[in-house]
Design a protein around this ligand. Structure first.
Ligand SMILES: O=C(O)CCC(=O)C(=O)O
Length: 281
C-alpha cells in the first residue's frame, strides 16, 4: 500500500459518484433550530409548537384512523393503546413529519451526517389507559450511561396533548443521568402542546406515554432516528417495496437506508443502494 494512503480520509470521503450524499436544505440551518438545539441539550427535550397546519393533521388522521386496529400485547405497548407499525408502507401522510426541516436541522446538529430513521409508529392512546412505564428509547444500545445519545425521537401531537388525555411524560435533564439513577414520578412532567406540535427528545431522556383520563383518544405519530452506524429498529429494507421508496422524497429515501455511511456501510454489491431503485425503474 502506498505511504500516502490515509485510512482516515478514505473513511470520511463520500466515494459515491452518481449518488453523492444529499446537501441539507438551507432551512435546516435557520436560527430557530439553534434555539431549539440549545433547549434540547439543556433539558433533554424540546417542544416545538404548531408546526403542522390543521388540514395536515386532519389528513394524517383521516388515513391513520383507518389503520388502527388491535391494542397492545403487553403493558409497555399499552393494553388500551392502538399502535400502527410499518407506517411508511401504509400511508404517505406522515412523510413530511419524518423529513421535516426543523427536525432534520436538529438531527444535523446532534448526529453525524447520514443519520437514519429507526422506527415509525402511530400511537393512539384510548380512554382509560394507564401511564406507560418510564424508559429511554436507545437503551437497547447496551452501552453504559452516562453517554452520548445514539438515538433521538419525535412524538407529534396530531390531537392536542393535554395533562388529561395522555400527553407524553418527560423527565427534564434526565439525559445526563448515569445507570445508577432512575426517575421518580414527581420528576416527570407532561408535554402539553397544541395539535400540530412535536416533542423532540434524545434517546437517553427518560419519558413515557401518559395516562388517558379523558373521554377521547390521543392520536400521535412518532418517528425515531439513530446514528448511521447503529442498527435501525425497524427493518425498512424488508418492509418497503421499491415502488413505495420511489414515492418518497430523496431525504426520506436516504433516511430509511438508501444511503451510504462512508466508506461503505449500506452498500449493495459494492455500489450505492439507490442504483437498485433507479436502474430498475
Ligand atoms: O405515546 C407516547 O407519548 C410515548 C410512547 C413511548 O414513549 C413509547 O411507546 O416508547
Amino acid at each position: 500500500m502506498s505511504d500516502d494512503f490515509s485510512f482516515q480520509t478514505y473513511n470520511d470521503d463520500d466515494h459515491a459518484q452518481t449518488h453523492q450524499r444529499l446537501k441539507p436544505h438551507a432551512d435546516r440551518s435557520a436560527p430557530e433550530v439553534d434555539a431549539d438545539f440549545e433547549t434540547l441539550m439543556r433539558d433533554g427535550y424540546v417542544i416545538i409548537e404548531s408546526l403542522l397546519a390543521p388540514d395536515t393533521c386532519a389528513a394524517i388522521k383521516n388515513d391513520g384512523l383507518e389503520l388502527l386496529g388491535r391494542t397492545g400485547r403487553n403493558p409497555f405497548e399499552g393494553q388500551k393503546t392502538q399502535r400502527v407499525y410499518d407506517v411508511l408502507s401504509k400511508t404517505r401522510q406522515t412523510d413530511p413529519l419524518a423529513d421535516h426541516p426543523r427536525i432534520l436541522g436538529l438531527m444535523d446538529r446532534l448526529f453525524q451526517p447520514g443519520f437514519l430513521l429507526s422506527q415509525s409508529q402511530i400511537i393512539n392512546i384510548l380512554p382509560g389507559e394507564a401511564a406507560q412505564q418510564l424508559h429511554t428509547d436507545d437503551a437497547f444500545y447496551r452501552l453504559p450511561r452516562p453517554r452520548q445519545p445514539l438515538g433521538a425521537a419525535t412524538v407529534w401531537a396530531i390531537d392536542a396533548f393535554t395533562e388529561e388525555n395522555g400527553a407524553t411524560i418527560m423527565v427534564p435533564q434526565s439525559h445526563g443521568w448515569g445507570d445508577d439513577r432512575l426517575p421518580l414520578s414527581h420528576e416527570a412532567i407532561p408535554a402539553v402542546m397544541p395539535a400540530g406540535s412535536v416533542v423532540f427528545f434524545l434517546g437517553t431522556t427518560w419519558h413515557g406515554g401518559g395516562a388517558n383520563a379523558s373521554d377521547s383518544a390521543r392520536f400521535a405519530v412518532t418517528h425515531q432516528y439513530c446514528e448511521a452506524y447503529m442498527r435501525q429498529q425497524e427493518n425498512y429494507l424488508l418492509e418497503l417495496s421499491k415502488d413505495t421508496v420511489r414515492a418518497m422524497s430523496p431525504e426520506l429515501q436516504a433516511l430509511v437506508g438508501y444511503s451510504i455511511f462512508p466508506p461503505f456501510m449500506g452498500m449493495v454489491n459494492g455500489m450505492h443502494p439507490l442504483r437498485l431503485l433507479n436502474d430498475e425503474a
